[in-house]
Unconditional design. Sequence first.
Length: 246
Amino acid sequence: MTLLLSLLLTLLLSHEAGADEIIGGEESKPHSHPYMAFLKIQKYGSLYHCGGFLIRRDFVMTAAHCTGDSMTVILGAHNITKREASWQTLNVEHQFPHPEYDRKRFNNDIMLLKLEEKAKLTMEVGTLPLPSTFNSASPGKLCQATGWGMTGVKSPPSDTLQEVKLRLMDPINCKPYKAFDEKLQLCVGNPKSIKSAYKGDSGGPLICSGVAQGIVSYGRTDSLPLSVFTRIAHYRPWINQILKSN
């Protein structure tokens, strides 16, 4: 497989190619990321999963390619295989993928999930702030991604929440991805490092100074940097409209 072809192959849900996970990271301190959501997705008669994060008591943000026929959200989890008293399991009432989401180019890869019930805010369940329209993080910023995805190309998904520090890169570094659009997306990860998001983390947040600046979208099939994240700040008008009307 040529390098160019490898760069062009993107990571979706595991039934399509594989959604991003944490490579080169470490296990998070239990419940240190109370906004994290584990999404159980029914699609094509099978069960898949993505990451997401709570932005309001009744709304979770994730990637548009994580859409499914039905969806359940688990909040307050650390080890997703061991149910704790902190868990809150909520059904999704309505999925709001961005109306201009392009599943071939993965532009506008953002979705809001309206929960049937409001989450109870506790020590283990909380919300994550969003940036304003004009407050997107700049290249050079050191941020953090979190998720339950695979920790290696041949590894199984992680049972426990993982985290990794990733740097925002100059958009020119992601030009090998022909569909990359710096107005809509962030270029993330040092190409000289083995740290990245990989299969299982799609929809999870990129957190910069305590604010969700990006959503895990896609990357190389061999898990090497660089990865592409949806630029949340660009979508604040659309986000505000959905939240206001629901």
